[in-house]
Design a protein around this ligand. Sequence first.
Ligand SMILES: [Cu+2]
Length: 208
Amino acid sequence: MKTMLERLLLVAIPFALAACGGGTSANQTPPAGESASEKADDHDHDADHHNAEHEPLTAPISGLSASEAMVGLTSDPIGQVMLTDGPNGFLIRVDIRGLTEGFHGIHLHSVGDCSDHENGFKASGGHVNPGGQAHGLMNMDGFELGDLPNIYAHHGGHARAEFFVKGAQIDDVRNEDGFAVVVHANEDDHQTQPIGNSGPRVGCAAFH
Ligand SMILES: [Cu+2]
């Protein structure tokens, strides 16, 4: 009986230690140095740090080329899209709210027209595809110049992301009709034609 109890204790104690260790690390306070330096900072800095998600989108580097609001299906603004040309390609930075939680396809569409929100932004046309490729970053016969990786919206529906379109300038995706950055309701599977099963269009930002 005693031996049994001892065995139980031997099992139980490391378990308790592990649980305790886990609890401690989950509730870990920052190291003394970090805590001290944070306290040394002024209150404004502290507020910025904790509310970074609510800060307006800023350009990735100087030399922002274009910035447009993204509108949703009710025509209300739901985000911002910033484009910056660079020596090796161009950057796309997005800040979008009000999405369903999960991954969403996002592409460059070939017409800078987001006026038909009631019609699901069909006016923005198909994907930018000057090379006549198949859709999909993971497609053997792909990809289109307008194809991008998915964005992920967290439970609050907010997504921020930055993309790099290698070896192209903004003018390479812009024709006389401009172009649009369009977000879809669902995840792009990067293979299925013509839009990777990404579903209806839910957000649109027009560039000219
Ligand atoms: Cu699309």
